[in-house]
Structure formats: C-alpha cells, structure tokens
Write a protein of this length. Structure first.
Length: 287
C-alpha cells in the first residue's frame, strides 16, 4: 500500500509520464493572456502557449497560483486515503502557491480540530530544478516508502541540485524586473547572454558570455567541473521551444562527460512567461 502521496504544481514541468507512473497529483497554475485565464497543462500546453506568444508579440502574459478550491479539494481527498501527503511547491519567492497552500492547510486543520497529514515544502526552486527531486520522492512513495524515508531523501537530494540557464531574449527578464532596461538593451545590441542560476529561491545572474554557443560551452564547463560521479549523474537539459539548441548542448556536454542519463525536456508556460522562447538550461547533481 502506498503510504505517502506526492503532490506538486504544474510549474514543476515534470513530464506527464511521471504523474501517471508514480501516482503524482498536479495542481495547475493559471496562465493569464489578454485577460483570459487558462489552466496550465490542462487547458494550455507548452506548444500552444509559445504559438500564441509568437502570434501576439505585444501580449504580456502572467501566471497565477492554483486556486484555493483546487488545493483544498486535493488535500481533502487525501486525508483518509494516505498516512501522509506532501506538496512540493514552486519557490515562494516567485509565486504565492506555497503561501496559499499553507493557509488552506490551516483551514482544514481548524475544521478537523486536529493536525492533518499535510506537509507543504517550499522548494525554493523553479521548473525541473525541483521536479528532478519530486520524481524520485514519488518513486519512493509509490514503492511503499514511509514519510521519514521520503523526507530524508528530499533533504539530502535538494542540497546537491544545481541549475544553470541561458536565455535568448533579455526583454522578458527586463519586463519581469530581473535586469535593468539598460543592461537588456546593451546585451541585445552586443549579443551578451547572461548566465543564470537559482539562488535562495530567486533567479540570479552569475556571469555572462558573448553569444549563445559560448554561453552553452561555459555552462558545460561548470557542469563537468562540479558534477558528481559520471556513472551516478542524472542530467536534465531543458528548453523553451529550442529543441535544436538543446540537442547541440547535449553534444557539448557529452564531449566532456558520460553521465548515467541525459534527458531533454521541453518546459512549459510558467517558465515561458518569464523567460520567453530559446532558453537552454541544465539541472544536475553536484559532487
């Protein structure tokens, strides 16, 4: 019997196959485009989102957290079915999902008059940066692991995850207030690409490169120098509608390391809203 239920949100960009394979529940974020709200990955897929953005370049899409009703329904149905349920959320510094889930938990416990079986984790990460851990937590839970085992795995694995990214279009970062307009303008003019990572729950710049190819080479150099044992290293290469660049980056990585597995995955609308098309990222375990 499965003792622990794993829940995450659509912003995790975890491939659909794992939701089905390991009995993971998904709380859909909302994507707002021209005053219309779509349920991420339910009413709006990644391909559809990027097509809408290409056809409407002046649109300024935004994201909204899962609804209170959706979160409450998910938590409530798991109260008597599992010994524990664990929701791993997108970073609280980039979304209100974690905060609203905590409020829903408190309301449920007030109604019950006792503590519940709900645990809410702030991943302090984005997209596959936390999905890579959620996947293995869910595998353990599906195979019958207890709450302590799953939580210990999370605490140990999350400390090892590193995320590196480069974006094509600096204007999306400018709109989101993540870089100054002058920096975005000069970067676009000179072909400067900022190298990004996740630090303390926020997307942060740690360097730059002239051109995307050089940026990918720099990311590969960092990965190769920091990765754990190759035979144990799981690498995820992610992109926003940039499959060819992702394949090229994979070749660059393989010139320097032969990992256990390399997965290439398309990211969805939640990250696309803030990063635009052309992002290339890599998620891996450090030594």
């Amino acid at each position: 019997m499965q003792k622990v239920k794993i829940i995450t949100d659509s912003a995790s960009d975890l491939p659909n196959e794992y939701f089905e394979k390991y009995n993971i529940s998904m709380l859909p974020m909302g994507i707002v485009i021209d005053d219309k709200t779509y349920l991420d990955r339910v009413e709006l897929g990644a391909d559809e989102f990027f097509e809408i953005m290409r056809n409407n370049p002046k649109s300024l899409p935004t994201t909204v957290m899962p609804s209170v009703e959706t979160i409450e329904a998910e938590f409530t149905k798991n109260l008597d079915t599992y010994e524990n349920q664990i929701y791993v959320s997108i970073s609280s510094k980039g979304s209100g999902a974690y905060g609203i889930a905590k409020i829903v938990k408190e309301q449920i416990e007030e109604r019950l008059g006792k503590p519940s079986n709900i645990t809410i984790i702030d991943s302090l990460s984005y997209s596959v940066g936390y999905a890579i851990v959620v996947k293995e937590m869910a595998r353990l839970a599906y195979e019958g692991a207890d709450y302590k085992t799953v939580m210990n795995y999370y605490e140990n694995r999350r400390k090892k995850i590193d995320v590196l990214m480069v974006v094509d279009d600096l204007m999306h970062l400018k709109r989101g207030g993540r870089i100054k307009p002058t920096v975005a303008y000069v970067g676009e003019m000179l072909g400067i690409k900022p190298l990004l990572t996740i630090k303390d729950g926020l997307i942060d710049s740690f360097g730059k490169a002239r051109g995307k190819r050089r940026a990918m080479e720099k990311m590969a150099e960092i990965l190769i120098s920091k990765a754990g044992k190759p035979e144990e290293t799981e690498i995820w290469i992610v992109h926003t509608n940039a499959q060819d660049d992702a394949e090229e980056f994979k070749k660059i990585v393989e010139e320097g390391i032969t990992p256990k597995e390399i997965t290439i995955s398309q990211l969805g609308a939640c990250i696309g809203v803030h990063m635009g098309e052309g992002l290339i990222g890599v998620i891996y375990d450090t030594a």
